[in-house]
Design a protein around this ligand. Sequence first.
Ligand SMILES: NC(=O)c1ccc[n+]([C@@H]2O[C@H](COP(=O)([O-])OP(=O)(O)OC[C@H]3O[C@@H](n4cnc5c(N)ncnc54)[C@H](OP(=O)(O)O)[C@@H]3O)[C@@H](O)[C@H]2O)c1
Length: 311
Amino acid sequence: MKAVVTNAKLPGCLEIGEAADPVADSNQAVIEVTAFSLNRGELRRAETAPGGTQIGWDLAGVVKTAARDGSGPGQGARVVGFSRRMQGWAQYVALPTVDFAVIPDAVSDNDAATLPVAGLTALYALERCERLLGSKVLVTGASGGVGYFACQLGRLMGAEVTAQLRRPDFADMVRATGVSDVVISADGAALEDRGKFRSIIDGVGGQILSKLLSQLDERGRAILYGVSAGAETGLAVRDLMFTGDGRVEGFHLYRESEIETAAKGLDRLLALLADGRLTTHVPVTGNWEKIGETAAQLIGRDFAGKAVLTI
Ligand SMILES: NC(=O)c1ccc[n+]([C@@H]2O[C@H](COP(=O)([O-])OP(=O)(O)OC[C@H]3O[C@@H](n4cnc5c(N)ncnc54)[C@H](OP(=O)(O)O)[C@@H]3O)[C@@H](O)[C@H]2O)c1
């Protein structure tokens, strides 16, 4: 079959090449992929993976062969899922039935394909926080794949969401999520007068994070899921100490989706998409032959939100 594979010599380090057809275990269905979305994390891995490595977490498609153990939907079901083995950007993929969900009629494959990594990360990171209703939540990197969903889901959970982003040209898109406050500030300095936050959902890391941690409220939670600006930061120990029970927590989607299956989390997000309470932002679409150039655009942050390619 054809599949997206790594090639460090090409733009985006990716091309369409050949891969072996998937062989399904008894708890896995074979899905014929129709669309997939790109994430920063897998593209970063593509830069260092050996040539010819398959890649891709998020995909939507149609069940070609149902799982032999009887779990999951039958042949022909339209589904969206998450390939833990990163083999999702291919004509076919075998996925455990706990890692995909049926797409409701009202939701397109393209919209569904944006959900797995970005939507589940936003959902589970927020659900790590406590007492969201009526409390202040800061979402950093709000123009990113995860940040955009976190703004909407935080609001749906009843929080008063402040969105941080660095570029004014993406502010309208973030404002449209219904957040209470949008702060444009690359280094976080403009957030200083916004007071304390009960929860911080951070995907930016780097030096901005050390500043923001001093704005964590008493018994606050900072959930660190990403390092778009850098993997090292300073820690204001005194500020953290005086929060009493303030916590800085690591987050990893693989671990989180052992607590609730991706299938269940995706069901919840798909229901919100179907009734219009959650929206996607997909400024870049096209045929998967554009994989190299689209990956390079995402790494270069030429657009906000998600890119979806179709097979
Ligand atoms: N732990 C996990 O399980 C998990 C799950 C999902 C994602 N992640 C990680 O989370 C991070 C975000 O993922 P994503 O898919 O949302 O990425 P994305 O779509 O590329 O968004 C990145 C966001 O960070 C901002 N940003 C990038 N570089 C910055 C810098 N130097 N200073 C300030 N802001 C900067 C971007 O702003 P602009 O729009 O202005 O460029 C954008 O808002 C990545 O590190 C990814 O690997 C981890």
